[in-house]
Design a protein. Structure first.
Length: 425
């Protein structure tokens, strides 16, 4: 597993050191501040791509110029290994001061009292009501999102044009185009083994709940066990099963396809018309210099059109046991100021979680903007839902790809949800 570790601070390059502690290894490059008396806070994240790290460096450097008494050391780790390392560090009492989390991990850390309340940050009031609903938990706020990520359908415009096919706008059109390419001996959809199919299932399954604004009611019933999660996800996973059965997706290959890496490389070959993955990879895809034009469109998985699955994403949390609580909160507050959020979200082809935010200017993701503004969205890992839906649906997707039946997969989902409800807090 590739691992990249960085530490950034104001001033001139002074030394290289080895970080000690649970889960730490590798070289850390440190730029020491001119001040002798400084507070050093550690920042652990899963954003390791050079283009992402560059923006993080800029924000950290700017923060330290304004706060010369604070030094920030950033370390990044790729893939699922990040969450394993984060869990080990927190369990051993050697957790970082600030770290990135997602919905499912934050649920665990909150239950164990390992994250600090960030309600007193000045930037909280700048978040949209929708994002505040994802952040607030029994009066506290334990993770603040830096972007609103979106999941869509990548379309190879040149290949579609070559075969006289159009970008599909609804489910019927999507199936027709997929069937056409299948008959031509072309695999219609590239998918990965994590986010591709679960976002499709979640979006189709919960779309009507969001349109009717019944999230609070429905998720309360799912949290209590009054209703089963399969009641809502069955339509979505039934569509996933259909795409597999119709061979619009290569199930065996998808099981080994890593998100926003293997799938991008496959799509870059220009031999498939569609790819399901995060819109934040649009800039990376463009940088791969493929010889075809593409765009990211809403997922056309409904009879009357498409939708976006979105998330309050790249959340920042502060360690409840941090020895530098004031400095850590000060840094998170700075990171979530409007200009920094806009810079960070824009670079990642994402939306801003702030009231004053604008969409990324990356041209390939512009087809998503009208759908987002029209409210045809579903939150993939809703903060109102106390179940680790992001992980559960990923495993359910892999079960279908492995040949498990739809009925058994849905039964397993309900059993896992029931088990989660019984776990002590």
């Amino acid at each position: 597993m590739k691992k990249k570790i960085m530490a950034i601070a104001a001033g001139v390059l002074a030394c290289a050191l080895i970080a000690a502690g649970c889960g730490r290894s590798g070289e850390v490059v440190s730029y020491d501040a001119q001040e002798e008396e400084v507070t050093t806070i550690t920042f652990f994240g899963y954003k390791y791509e050079p283009e992402n790290v560059k923006v993080i460096e800029e924000i950290i450097s700017s923060f330290m110029k304004r706060n010369p008494d604070i030094r920030v050391s950033y370390e990044s780790l790729k893939g699922n290994g990040y969450y394993d390392a984060l869990a080990k560090r927190m369990a051993s009492g050697k957790g970082d001061d600030v770290f990135m989390v997602n919905h499912d991990i934050l649920l665990d850390l909150e239950a164990q009292g390992q994250v600090a309340d960030l309600s007193d940050l000045d930037t909280i009031e700048e978040y949209t009501d929708q994002m505040l609903s994802q952040m607030q938990d029994e009066g506290g706020i334990y993770g603040v999102p830096t972007i609103v990520s979106a999941f869509g359908l990548y379309c190879n415009l040149d290949l579609l044009k070559e075969h006289k096919q159009e970008v599909p706008r609804n489910l019927e059109e999507w199936k027709e185009v997929c069937e056409y390419f299948k008959k031509e001996g072309i695999m219609p959809i590239i998918a990965n083994n994590d986010i591709s199919l679960k976002t499709l299932a979640i979006g189709r399954g919960f779309f009507s709940v969001y349109q009717q604004e019944r999230q609070e009611e429905v998720f309360a019933q799912l949290n209590s066990g009054e209703e089963n999660i399969s009641q809502y996800l069955e339509p979505g996973f039934a569509l996933v099963q259909e795409l597999i059965d119709e061979e619009y997706i290569d199930a065996e290959k998808t099981l080994d396809t890593l998100k926003t890496s293997d799938d991008l490389e496959e799509f870059a070959k220009g031999t498939s018309p569609f790819m399901l993955t995060g819109a934040w990879a649009a800039g990376r895809m463009e940088g791969m210099e493929s010889d075809f034009a593409f765009e990211v469109d809403p997922i056309p998985a409904l009879d009357d059109g498409g939708f976006l699955v979105i998330n309050a994403d790249v959340r920042l949390s502060v360690n409840a046991d941090s020895k530098h609580m004031e400095a850590a909160k000060k840094f998170v507050e700075y990171f979530t100021q409007e200009d920094n959020i806009q810079k960070f979200a824009g670079q990642q082809s994402s939306f801003s979680p702030l009231k004053s935010g604008k969409a990324s200017t990356v041209s390939e993701m512009q087809p998503l903007v009208p759908c987002y503004q029209a409210g045809r969205t579903v939150i993939g890992a809703d903060g109102l839902l106390n179940l680790p839906i992001w992980n559960l649906t990923a495993e359910a997707s892999q079960m279908l790809l492995s040949g498990e039946s739809l009925d058994e997969t849905l039964k397993w989902l309900d059993e896992q949800a029931a088990q989660e409800r019984r776990m002590p807090e």
